[in-house]
Write a protein that binds this ligand. Structure first.
Ligand SMILES: [Zn+2]
Length: 91
């Protein structure tokens, strides 16, 4: 038995930086996949909780996301995702 080179599915090519995130859907769903919310500290729950990401605002150069606790819905943080692609704004 020789040449048993089987590449496991979802193998990450070298040089590809990945953030520590739960591996759920490996299929390519676009750039939004890289935005994976994890645990954030919730003041109401007094402990780190899984959060849900919501699109809060669409900015000219990016998007503002808000993290809400999945349990109580408290806002626990936000982040801005900058557009990497140039946006064409037709006036
Ligand atoms: Zn909470």
């Amino acid at each position: 038995m020789k040449g048993n080179k089987k590449i496991p599915g979802g193998m990450i090519p070298p040089g590809y930086r990945t953030a520590p995130k739960p591996r759920t859907l490996e299929s390519q769903k676009g750039d939004f996949e890289k935005i994976q919310a994890s645990l954030l500290y919730c003041n109401r729950c007094q402990r780190p909780m899984p959060v849900r990401e919501r699109l809060l605002l669409v900015l000219p150069d990016g998007q503002l996301f808000e993290y809400r606790c999945q349990r109580c819905g408290n806002s626990v943080g936000e982040r801005t995702e900058k557009n990497t692609k140039p946006v064409k704004i037709i006036l």
